[in-house]
Design a protein around this ligand. Structure first.
Ligand SMILES: [Fe+2]
Length: 272
């Protein structure tokens, strides 16, 4: 099982740049890299901020761009998205909670839960009672390890410029996660940074945006500073013993490839 995880594409309508760059060009580069190295992945999950301003033309442009991707896509909503505009273009999206882009599916020996954490008009995330009840039921009846995708991270990342904008009612979700008898793994975007850790015993991962990133400033509260640090995507490998996540930059790279050592004889392995 191999799943590609992208986030925060911030696609704009044709002719509209973002911070001087075209997010669709960055996404095309990303897709080209994925197709070259990971065309065998079963799914690609986009954890929200699909567009920058929720414009229908931007969703149309996204749909056109994604035609090149070698595997099917799963979509989540971010705070920059607009459910109605998204639904006008992506008309066949599954939903198990009326009015929201939230559903579940079995992926091999795992179950994926796709949460809709968008609260219209706000930057932070929220799960209303309807969405929480769905999640509670899914976790209470889980028979497989869970891959839980959401745009907004639940944990504090010790990153003050984004922590105040995470899922605002994460404390309501935590007891549901802790009661689940299956292992749960959290995957998010929103923070435009790769991070990994453990939150109350639950492993979590966040991934960069495909367009711009947020500077790693661990002291300044308020708004984050955006950068064009190298963008990357994540490769999620759920397997029999757990879940492995690799982070892969995809920008232009002409650096020299060279062997780690001159000879295999120089490598010693007790288990070989
Ligand atoms: Fe974003």
């Amino acid at each position: 099982m191999k799943i590609i995880h992208l986030s925060d594409l911030h696609i704009t309508p044709a002719g509209k740049s973002l911070f001087g760059e075209d997010p669709t060009e960055h996404l095309s580069q990303c897709i080209e890299h994925i197709n070259r190295h990971h065309a065998d992945a079963q799914y690609c999950v986009l954890t929200g901020d699909l567009t920058h301003a929720g414009h229908p033309m931007a969703y149309q442009r996204l749909a056109e761009c994604l035609k090149a991707l070698a595997m099917p896509v799963r979509f989540l909503m971010g705070n920059h998205d607009d459910r109605a505009a998204f639904g006008q273009v992506f008309t066949q999206q599954p939903s198990e909670v009326a009015g929201f882009v939230q559903h579940a599916e079995v992926l091999g020996d795992y179950e994926a839960l796709y949460l809709d954490t968008l609260q219209d008009g706000y930057t932070d995330g929220y799960l209303c009672e309807q969405r929480l009840m769905w999640l509670e039921q899914k976790l209470a009846t889980a028979t497989r390890p869970i891959l839980l995708f959401s745009h907004h991270p639940m944990p504090m990342l010790q990153y003050p410029s984004m922590d105040w904008l995470r899922l605002s009612n994460a404390e309501q979700v935590l007891p549901l996660l802790k009661r689940c008898t299956q292992p749960v793994h959290l995957f998010s975007g929103h923070v435009h940074r790769c991070s990994a850790g453990v939150w109350n015993g639950i492993p979590f991962f966040t991934v960069n945006g495909t367009n711009h990133q947020h500077e790693l400033d661990l002291t300044t509260p308020g708004a984050a500073t955006s950068t064009f640090e190298p963008a990357s995507y994540a490769v999620i490998l759920p397997h029999a013993e757990g879940v492995t996540v690799h982070f892969q930059p995809f920008g232009y790279d002409d650096s020299v490839r060279f062997p780690y050592t001159g000879s295999l004889d120089a490598l010693k392995c007790r288990h070989a």
